[in-house]
Design a protein around this ligand. Sequence first.
Ligand code: ADP
Ligand code: MG
Length: 233
Amino acid sequence: MTINVENVTKTYESGEVTIHALREATLKIPDHKIVTILGPSGSGKSTLLNVIGGIDRFDSGTLVVAGQQLELLKDHQLTDFRRKYAGFIFQQYNLIPTLTVQENVEVGRELSENPLDMKSMLEKVGMYDKKDKFPYQLSGGEQQRVAIARALIKNPQFLLCDEPTGALDEVTGKKILRLLKYVNEEFGTTVLIITHNHGIGAMAHKIIKMSSGSIVESFDNESPIDPEKVTWA
Ligand code: ADP
Ligand code: MG
């Protein structure tokens, strides 16, 4: 099991109010699978992804990821964990505007012990011919391909994708989903996809639904469909 979340709770203090972002969230995520996390805005999806990837701490519970018990790690150990095992993809790509495609991907490489080959990675995401372009010269879909290459070059065990197609149209979004499926099959990377788009659940091996900080449903999908066949909503 790559990821085992048990009774994980996280609150935020906002002025006088305590926000319960995660309430005893419990779930298991098997290795080498595509998993989608669905749920309304504010239900705790991003918080869950951020604690799994070691971006954020949590208040109580147990979280084991890639054999590491995250609540026991000191801050510098959590940083090492994140660099070694986790790749992140965000809705807004988060590329560095002053760096070229290749230099952006290089950032991911520098953080890693065991990087993959730059040229073959850029080829795999279909961006090798644009390696010297800057982010502003690229479409949204192309920028997301570069972000995926940056996350993957360090050969992470899992890829955490927070609304990866949220800023993309249907045709481009489906190409990105195709790429994520390819990554899962080619490298065996566990791929977690947060989405508002319920149709995307149909391409996953496992579907998780959240509401008000809790996991309210979790089920396996015996026959994931091709990303191209996803109903776009
Ligand atoms: P989702 O990704 O499902 O939309 P989030 O995990 O972003 O939900 O947020 C869960 C809850 O925690 C929401 O009520 C949100 O407003 C709150 N929250 C998230 N991040 C912070 C933060 N940094 N400070 C205060 N409240 C936060
Ligand atoms: Mg979110």
